[in-house]
Design a protein around this ligand. Structure first.
Ligand SMILES: Nc1nc2c(ncn2[C@@H]2O[C@H](COP(=O)(O)OP(=O)(O)OP(=O)(O)O)[C@@H](O)[C@H]2O)c(=O)[nH]1
Ligand SMILES: [Mg+2]
Length: 442
């Protein structure tokens, strides 16, 4: 008999389900920290349409290899799940396939872990072709090692959780189909990044600033305040899943390309970070990062750490960063500002929603950009128009003046392109070196 074709589209959790969240306190995760993790998991569950009716924690020296929480605790949990008619159990840590298998037998409900939940949310919220392709790729990569007859998403097709699923042959067929789809998606993403590359070429010389931050910190609200662009702002996790870029002119005719993109969260699945590379390319290639932090959040400092870790995973951790503490209008205790100002020197404090100190932020941003670029006035002959147009690729032209057969060009070039500037000038007929007028403080 020919096996049924696999439907590789994921089912997002649209309908409301009752759920339970489960975590383990260990030596490295004390009770208070676990509480924080579970609270966030409840928010994530809510975003995915799961109403959490219970939080469940277990104290162990380490997690149990077979069942994550230990068999005794699992039996206790099974009782609660049956009694409350809970349909989904969500674990804070990533589960090994064998743990999922065992837990499904013991708890007789759908088992999800944090990564699976985050992937579900991304899948439900992705709107652009790029985001949808990236999410599907991450999901399939997550799914491949977990492909057992109990695997939660696929098992829906086979009569739901706990029922007998496909035999080994079917699993092998599924695996092959998934691998083929993965390589197809990778090719499609390559195509998308090439398209992006072409779009970018036209704006190469402009300074690029990317907003990054924990999800719900207020990046899109700030982006709106700074650009006037009508991007989506919502009080929920992962409102933004794509990248928007706008040109702004924050200081003395100088242009900056500002981008808003997807937010980060603790334990963002590695596959997701990897497959979102194309969306996150603005971050990777930015000249400056605006790291937006929700100062009113009790765990703002931890969130900064998480964002920094994700930047490291992206290879963007050595860029200049301006820390932007947002939502100061929400603070009950203003002394928090002093505390963070002392701890994070050079940071700015704003309210994106109330438009407080956005000009202070712009000023500081321009200051950092200026520190990282050089301004020159150069002289060319009119016949050297080709060279001037090449200047566009490595920097920004701030003004041109025509005198006789000469063109005087004022430009700003990021420091990283200084060598390219020298090369370009060496091709000029007159030695431009002699005409250098450095505006910069160096
Ligand atoms: N009180 C207050 N609320 C704010 C401020 N800035 C943003 N918010 C609110 O915070 C929530 C999240 O804002 P977004 O701008 O969508 O956050 P984001 O960082 O883009 O979030 P994601 O795209 O989900 O990662 C919304 O409800 C905003 O109205 C602020 O300065 N003060
Ligand atoms: Mg956003």
């Amino acid at each position: 008999m020919r096996p049924e074709p696999v439907d590789l589209k994921f089912h997002s959790t649209e309908e409301i389900e009752e759920g339970i969240v489960i975590g383990v306190t260990t030596r490295s995760v004390p009770k208070a920290l676990l509480e924080e993790y579970l609270d966030e998991l409840v928010l994530l569950a809510d975003t995915a349409g799961v109403t959490v009716v219970h939080k469940f924690s277990q104290d162990r020296s380490s997690v149990d290899r077979a069942t994550y929480i230990g068999s005794g605790k699992a039996a206790e949990l099974a009782g609660v799940i049956e009694e409350e008619k809970i349909r989904v159990a969500i674990f804070d840590d990533d589960l090994a396939p064998v743990q999922v298998r065992n837990l499904e037998k013991l708890l007789k409900c759908k088992i999800l872990d944090r990564s699976g939940l985050i992937l579900d949310i991304f899948a439900a919220r992705a709107r652009t072709k790029e985001a949808m392709t990236q999410v599907e790729l991450a999901q399939l990569q997550y799914m491949l090692p977990r492909l057992t007859r109990q695997w939660t998403h696929l098992s829906k097709q086979y009569g739901g959780v706990g029922t007998k699923g496909p035999g080994e042959t079917q699993i092998e067929t599924d695996r092959r189909a998934i691998r083929t789809r993965i390589s197809h998606l990778k090719k499609k993403l390559d195509g998308i990044s090439r398209e992006r590359e072409v779009q970018r070429r036209g704006r190469e010389g402009l300074t690029r600033v990317a907003m990054v931050g924990y999800t719900n910190a207020g990046k899109s609200t700030l982006f709106r305040a700074m650009t006037g662009a009508d991007v989506l702002v919502e009080d929920r996790l992962f409102a933004t899943l794509d990248t928007t870029v706008r040109k702004i002119t924050p200081g003395q005719g100088k242009n900056v390309l500002l981008s808003d993109t997807v937010g980060f969260i603790r334990k963002l699945p590695a596959h997701l970070v990897a497959s979102f590379r194309s969306t996150l390319s603005e971050v990777v290639e930015a000249d400056l990062l605006l790291h937006v932090v929700d100062l009113s959040h009790a765990h703002a400092a931890d969130q900064i750490g998480t964002v920094n870790e994700t930047l490291k995973a992206l290879g963007a951790d050595t860029k200049p960063v301006l820390l932007v503490f947002n939502k100061i209008d929400k603070l009950a205790d203003r002394s928090r500002i002093n505390l963070f100002a002392e701890r994070f020197a050079g940071s700015v404090f704003i309210s994106a929603e109330r438009n407080i100190n956005i000009s202070g932020l712009s000023e500081k941003m321009m200051e950092m950009i200026d520190e990282d670029s050089i301004e020159r006035t150069l002289n060319f002959r009119q016949s050297e128009y080709g060279l001037i147009s090449k200047l566009h690729d490595i920097g920004e032209l701030l003004g041109t003046k025509y005198t006789g057969d000469r063109i005087e060009v004022r430009c700003r070039v990021p420091r990283k392109n200084e060598e390219q500037l020298q090369k370009l000038l060496s091709r000029s007929i007159d030695s431009n070196e002699l005409n250098f007028k450095t505006h910069h403080r160096d």
